[in-house]
Design a protein around this ligand. Sequence first.
Ligand SMILES: NC(=O)c1ccc[n+]([C@@H]2O[C@H](COP(=O)([O-])OP(=O)(O)OC[C@H]3O[C@@H](n4cnc5c(N)ncnc54)[C@H](OP(=O)(O)O)[C@@H]3O)[C@@H](O)[C@H]2O)c1
Length: 284
Amino acid sequence: MKVVLTGANGGVGRIVQQLAPVQNQMELTPYSRYELNILDKQALMDCVLSLKPDYLINTAAFTHVDQAEKEPGAAFLLNADCLEGMTEACGKAGTTLIHLSTDYVFDGTKRTPYTEDDLPAPVNTYGASKRAGELIVLSYPRGIVVRTSWVYSRHSRNFLAAIPGLLRTQSEPLYVDTLQTNSPTYAHDLVNGLFALIGAKVHYGLFHFTNTGGGCTRYAFACRIREMILRNDPKASPALVLPMYTEVPGGAPRPVYTVMNPEKMAQLTGIVIPHWQEGIENII
Ligand SMILES: NC(=O)c1ccc[n+]([C@@H]2O[C@H](COP(=O)([O-])OP(=O)(O)OC[C@H]3O[C@@H](n4cnc5c(N)ncnc54)[C@H](OP(=O)(O)O)[C@@H]3O)[C@@H](O)[C@H]2O)c1
């Protein structure tokens, strides 16, 4: 199975590269932004037509949620417009496109997990640009969109991944947001889910993939990490975790509840998706 990866140096891209070699008969060709700029339509076309991959996994994106408010043109260009060229190239080569999207396509007004049948209504530019991208990919007959949220691994450069280090090194309490409830997703579980779609020869559809367990706030996530640090080493003295109820000033609006239900993907591929607390074991 030939697979091309774009955005190879990103948080998810790095884990795709890490796990692909242990996949049975998967030949992965990864491209960082500098090796293949997805805004370059001709470069995309040349790459896909020369390799004729079975699947292209696109993890390249404009992912800075607050910056997207200031640079909507750049966000839409990368998260949506350039996907026209990507689907065109994939169409010429008979390649199935697996594209990642986000829980931020929802407005967060539900209080039960979002399914693939729920209507998107983004509240910020990042979410709107990702939704526009979804529609382009889903209009391609070999287009797969996988929505995920709060992706982390030991190597991520985000707050969730930083919590264990902060708790171990900080003497003052760590204040953590309680406003948003989302589904944390351990990056390795997500990538195994993407590979399961490939293994099951899925070629079209919209799917949710997150860890199970009904989601949590960042505060609950940090509390659980603290408990695990103490469970592993009862003599440790991690910083206290305290709830923070205020939004970061000047940031993009964010949906308050975007837990997603990954059941459709689990049923189709037969994978058992771990609880979010299991993923934490890998980063403490
Ligand atoms: N991480 C999350 O919590 C999360 C949640 C929901 C959805 N998602 C979605 O999951 C996908 C992967 O996210 P991630 O966390 O891996 O994001 P990331 O760490 O920000 O990685 C994105 C990658 O895209 C690359 N890129 C930017 N512009 C490009 C271009 N013109 N051509 C080619 N590559 C380009 C970046 O290159 P540089 O390394 O050079 O900057 C970066 O490596 C995205 O679609 C994102 O929307 C992520």
